[in-house]
Design a protein around this ligand. Structure first.
Ligand code: CUA
Length: 336
């Protein structure tokens, strides 16, 4: 028993240490996720105490089952009255605990909703199989910005996110910043993100949405207001002119092949809307919704055979010879 007990204690300690260190829902970095984590620990603590008491009472009952009551069916009015009273009290306590937990849960939900009352920024995130379209809203149409799979937000300011979907139900979840919220075709849900510290927070689709559900990640980058404004300004600019012959050839490849039917690159003739916006592709950290890093090699691999990396995705394999592929990658790599 001793080694088993030690193992259990070790596992418990590792779990507790891990929970607070892993970049997950239990190491919150934003006001919303902080409230949810507190609620989680409150539920866990209350339920753990109740469970321990129940197991103790059960063990006590088993140990004493024959000790002082040889015939359990015999009438003993005095003891039965005590038993009724004990059970009645426990039922009442259970009711009070359940009501209190429901109250805390309701209060947390209400305070989460209040977070988004005065957003500093609103953006619309649309779920697609299997990537995220991100649109920064603005009163001036010329300042509306569309990008994909990477969300920049200013630190310490509430950001309202309107969630929609084009095909099936997805779920938006950035564990360190907020709870989950579904993206449902034909309706709009709203969620508020607020990051307490600058950093990169990984998000993930949290509702099974098809073959590549696991490869539907996103990245939230929280940065100081000045950095955020600079980022947004840079993103509003049209695509960079290709530098060098190879990149120029790459642009021609992009515009003469099916690429431009699905992808938009502002400042060029490519205006497709069914795939991710690519105007500043190379400024993002990943491609294919977090499936690959944004590197020359990964770009080439993805374009050469998308179905090998994300089977079932809508990105088709376009036949290109080696020179065309190299040129295309050189062009895309320059879209900072
Ligand atoms: Cu989208 Cu799972």
């Amino acid at each position: 028993m001793k080694p088993l007990g030690r193992l259990a204690a070790l596992l418990g300690a590792a779990l507790l240490a891990g929970c607070s260190r892993w970049p997950g829902a239990l190491s919150p970095m934003g006001e919303g996720s902080d409230r949810i984590a507190r609620l989680f620990w409150l539920f866990t603590a209350v339920c753990a105490v109740v469970w321990l008491l129940v197991v103790l009472a059960l063990a006590l009952g088993v140990a004493r089952r024959h000790a002082d009551r040889p015939d359990p069916l015999a009438q003993e009015p005095r003891r039965d009255r005590v038993a009724y009273r004990v059970v009645g009290t426990c039922v009442a306590i259970t009711g009070v605990i359940l009501l209190a937990l429901t109250g805390f849960s309701w209060w947390t939900g209400k305070s989460l909703a209040a977070l988004g009352e005065r957003p500093a920024l609103t953006l619309k995130v649309t779920g697609n199989q299997w990537w995220w379209q991100v649109q920064y809203e603005d009163d001036q149409p010329s300042r509306v910005l569309t990008t994909a799979n990477e969300i920049h937000i200013p630190v310490g300011e509430p950001v309202q996110i309107k969630l929609e979907a084009t095909d099936v139900i997805h779920s938006f979840w950035v564990p360190q910043l907020s709870g989950k919220e579904d993206l449902i075709p034909g309706r709009q849900n709203v969620l508020t993100l607020k990051a307490d510290k600058p950093g990169r927070y990984r998000g993930q689709c949290a509702e099974f949405c098809g073959l590549q559900h696991a490869k539907m990640a996103l990245l939230v980058i929280a940065e100081p207001r000045a950095d955020f404004d600079a980022w947004r300004q840079a993103q509003l600019a049209p695509a960079a002119e290709p530098q060098g012959d190879e990149a120029r050839k790459g642009r021609d490849v992009f515009q003469s092949r099916p690429c431009m039917m699905c992808h938009q690159i502002r400042g060029t003739t490519a205006g497709g809307r069914t795939g991710p916006e690519l105007t500043h592709l190379a400024s993002r950290e990943t491609i294919a919704a977090g499936a690959l890093p944004m590197t020359r090699g990964a770009l080439a691999a993805w374009i050469a055979d998308p179905q090998a990396i994300k089977p079932g995705s809508n990105m088709p394999r376009v036949r290109l010879d080696a020179d065309e592929l190299n040129a295309l990658v050189a062009y895309l790599e320059g879209l900072k």
